[in-house]
Design a protein around this ligand. Structure first.
Ligand SMILES: *Cc1c(COP(=O)(O)O)cnc(C)c1O
Length: 450
């Protein structure tokens, strides 16, 4: 096609009446079309002669598509890290999202008491289920665990002291630093012990009339080995309570139950047997649900938190509450195997061998893949010391191609990792219902690379 002189620009109103634009937002179209016509008029872009205006229509529609393309897109996580913070942490079971439509697709009783017809308690919806699962007296849900830490310190220790071990002043990825959050909340940080050793006597020696909280923080993304000592939260509880102080554990992840694949961390039920004042943890780590911060503990303290004005800013929406409630119901009704995060974390090598065989049997170029053992971590600050065995599909290619190959997979929505100069697909974080999709992506990408 030859570019001639500038095509004649149609009259805007008539152009927008074209059949191609029916059912589309006329205001958006007006804006995009004006912009396009202006660019043609000023010679910023050239388009071929366009007798039937079809080129113009195509351009407007393509600009609309670009504008409307989703920024948040689904990906396949072949990194092996199940709780990958950059990939949205915990995956959510699709059937939970389907069920949710019913509870919140319309109006709901978020703050409404159906019995009395009066205003109801928005913070009470999840209490019964959380109490059952955790073994706590009461619980409340906020925006995330960072908000939970902030709110607890702000409620009970503004202008007062909070005692924390030096070895626990951690930074969790994404600019969450315990000392910074503490000072923002208004509490005074009282560091005790040394990086590697903190004893029970360090806590008691630090108590002053200004002390409000003895806090323990889960070392989510590192471990201290060698000449070390720390005070377990179970020990801290009586220590704080006998001194009329609040014991608080920022547990980070917290698993609801014990299982070999979860290593040897204390589970929620055994923590709550010790009647702690307050514990907080994330909704999208080992719990396997949405971003949220769960605060659980004694009713008298949860009641105080409910009275803090800041809760209004940190509270969760009905969408979050609905996903969380459905997740808790799954735990109660069916157990962790009905939660995607736990389905993935608990897979055995044999399970993953079956997955690998399924992919290989549908590959056009299965000779380019081999199967090998590897290992991975749960991720998201959960189980930092617990290596999980895993199985991977290894792409046989020259090491110098690895970067290019991993990029091509990424462009197709599959996030792999490089190990020993080879691109590998770690099956730990891939669910059975994704295998067909993985196979298709591999076929496409490896096809292009003979
Ligand atoms: C992950 C984590 C947080 C932050 O939790 P978010 O839910 O991401 O806000 C805070 N403290 C600890 C110990 C953690 O592991």
């Amino acid at each position: 096609m030859k570019t001639k002189n500038r095509p004649s620009i149609p009259q805007l109103g008539r152009f927008l009446d074209r059949v191609e634009f029916v059912e589309l937002n006329r205001q958006t179209l007006t804006f995009l079309t004006r912009e396009l016509f202006e660019e043609i008029r000023t010679g910023k872009i050239n388009i071929p002669t366009d007798e039937d205006e079809s080129e113009l229509v195509k351009l407007v529609l393509s600009r609309l598509d670009t504008l409307c393309a989703d920024s948040l897109v689904p990906l396949i996580n072949a990194t092996g890290i199940v709780l990958h913070t950059n990939l949205g942490r915990s995956p959510i079971e699709k059937s939970i999202l389907d069920e949710m439509q019913e509870s919140i697709g319309s109006y709901c009783n978020l703050e409404f008491d159906i019995d009395s017809g009066k205003r109801g308690e928005r913070y009470g919806h999840l209490t019964k289920k959380l109490s059952f699962l955790l073994g706590c007296e009461d619980a409340i849900v906020v925006n995330n665990n960072a908000a939970a830490v902030f709110l607890i310190l702000n409620t009970f220790a503004t202008g007062k002291e909070t005692i924390v071990s030096r070895g626990e002043l951690v930074e969790i990825g994404g600019s969450f630093r315990i000392p910074d959050v503490m000072s923002a909340s208004g509490t005074v940080l009282k560091e005790i012990g040394t990086t590697n050793k903190t004893k029970a006597s360090d806590y008691t020696a630090a108590i002053t009339p200004q002390t409000a909280i003895m806090m323990k923080v889960h070392r989510s993304n590192f471990s201290v080995v060698g000449f070390t000592h720390e005070v377990e939260f179970e020990e801290l509880i009586p220590l704080a309570q006998s001194n009329n102080l609040i014991d608080y554990y920022d547990a980070g992840s917290l698993n609801l139950f014990d299982a070999p694949y979860l290593g040897n961390e204390t589970c929620a039920k055994s923590l709550f047997e010790h009647s702690p004042s307050l514990v907080s943890f994330s909704g999208d780590k080992l719990l396997g649900s949405v971003q949220a911060g769960i605060i659980a503990g004694k009713k008298e303290f949860i009641d105080k938190i409910k009275k803090n004005q800041l809760l209004r800013m940190l509270r969760v929406d009905k969408l979050t509450m609905a996903v969380l409630e459905k997740t808790l119901t799954r735990y109660i009704q069916k157990g962790p195997q009905a939660i995607k995060t736990h389905k993935l974390l608990s897979k055995t090598i044999i399970d993953m061998q079956v997955q690998a065989d399924t992919i290989l049997s549908h590959m056009d170029h299965s000779q380019k893949l081999s199967i090998g053992k590897t290992s991975t971590y749960a991720g998201g600050g959960s189980l930092p010391q617990h290596l999980l065995e895993s199985l991977a599909l290894i792409i046989q290619d020259h090491p110098k191609n690895a970067e290019r190959l991993i990029k091509a997979l990424r462009a197709n929505g599959l996030i792999a990792r490089i190990e020993k100069d080879r691109v590998i697909l770690d099956l730990r974080s891939i669910d059975d219902d994704e295998l067909t999709h993985v196979t298709a992506i591999l076929n496409t990408v490896l096809e292009e690379r003979p």
